[in-house]
Design a protein around this ligand. Sequence first.
Ligand code: PLP
Length: 404
Amino acid sequence: MYTINGNYLQLQGSYLFSDIAKKVAAYQEKNPGAKVIRLGIGDVTQPLAPAIVEALQRAVEQMGTAEGFHGYGPEQGYDFLREAIVEHDYRARGLSVAADEIFVSDGAKCDVGNIQEIFGADNRVAVCDPVYPVYVDTNVMAGRSGRFVQDAGGFERLIYMPCTEENGFAPSLPETAPDLIYLCFPNNPTGAVIPKDALQRWVDYANEKGAVILYDAAYEAYISEDNVPHSIYECSGARTCAIEIHSFSKNAGFTGLRLGYTVVPKDLAQNGLRLHSLWGRRQGTKYNGAPYIVQRAGEAVYSTEGKKQLKKQVGYYMENARLIREGLRDMGYCAYGGVNAPYIWLKTPDHMSSWAFFDLLLQRAQVVGTPGCGFGKSGEGYFRLTAFGTQENTREALARIRRL
Ligand code: PLP
């Protein structure tokens, strides 16, 4: 008889967004005419930019011809895309990342979820609190949760680093040294960023402790301030301690197309064993690559026209972010984020719990956001709104909240 992977039983409840969906569905069943505005899930709403649509069309046409057909692609992704990534995301910024250090994938979620597989089950993992739940859940699935009873002084494998109003939503270096450190800037859910010297401290710390930083840069395109690093490789020494993960979802609207990439520098090694080789082996075994047509669409993200169109698209969402942040502050809310990120992290009024505020907004304003407690203990008393709605809906949602 089969047994199950007991680690799955350690996972907390059901996934946050399915709880939200259930509450919204129940509300809509009771109020069939209500127009609910969703500023909860981090999905984009603007259509694909014309340059991307054209690239997709061209690639589809090619695939229907004998000469242009593409079957299984190269394991790490097509050269045309990896070269474009290196040129625009790194070389243009004076950073040294080579094309063969790029692993193209079908999105950041699977990479941030799967990367832990190349590390030992006994690694200690530090995550921010609040946190993008995928970092925690994938480590719990792999058995990295609870107390490690090695001796009387057993330790927790998961180390939570509180990100609060007091520390500007930027974690402090943990007292117990972790082996893996997940960092995400601009941050989901708080919208916080850290300046380059603060990120440099993390890189120095990781190199000193022999830890690896898993740097999630999914929201890099939203950075608007000068002193905020776009890549962890802007910090000296990052090539020996950091893996960087990117997504095409939020900068180019690929949430439905699916594309991302992970950089594993060849300098990242222990006793001569490169993490690059392990990740290559892992991907080569379990993954067959992003579709050719999607990689062509990814290439178009870096074309002159593509860049121009996407700058406008990101600008559209950032205008929503400004409207939400300033609108809420004007109403007397304490609202953070929204300057270098498409997320606004607001403090619930009158010490309401996150879920109570969720219910209030749903019932009285028909606006859906995300309760902060769904991202961790330190998220209690906070609420996340996203700038990914249409401008019309964003304005309408704010008007309704103002009427509350
Ligand atoms: N990383 C963070 C921090 C995210 O917020 C998200 C999506 O919301 C992802 C990764 C997933 O990105 P992708 O759509 O590329 O899988």
